[in-house]
Design a protein around this ligand. Structure first.
Ligand SMILES: [Zn+2]
Length: 71
């Protein structure tokens, strides 16, 4: 079963966002993202073949968008 799926690096680098080598459908739905510490997870599913998986995201930094107010 697992031989049908892309490696992690191949999955990250391919633009069409499908993990299943046998399907390659781009009819993919993503649920809302939940953040857990420095990581986030998104449930994803393919409407074509029924594969379900989780995309995992890692925190890479931050951007200040408002400075603290002066007292
Ligand atoms: Zn599929």
């Amino acid at each position: 079963m697992s031989t049908n799926f892309l490696t992690h690096s191949a999955y990250i680098n391919q633009p069409n966002h499908y993990p299943n080598k046998a399907c390659r459908s781009t009819d993919i739905d993503g649920e809302s993202i939940s953040v857990e510490g420095a990581y986030a997870v998104q449930d994803v599913s393919c409407n074509e073949c029924g594969t379900q998986w989780k995309d995992t995201f890692k925190l890479t930094g931050f951007v200040v968008t408002e400075l603290p107010s002066e007292t």
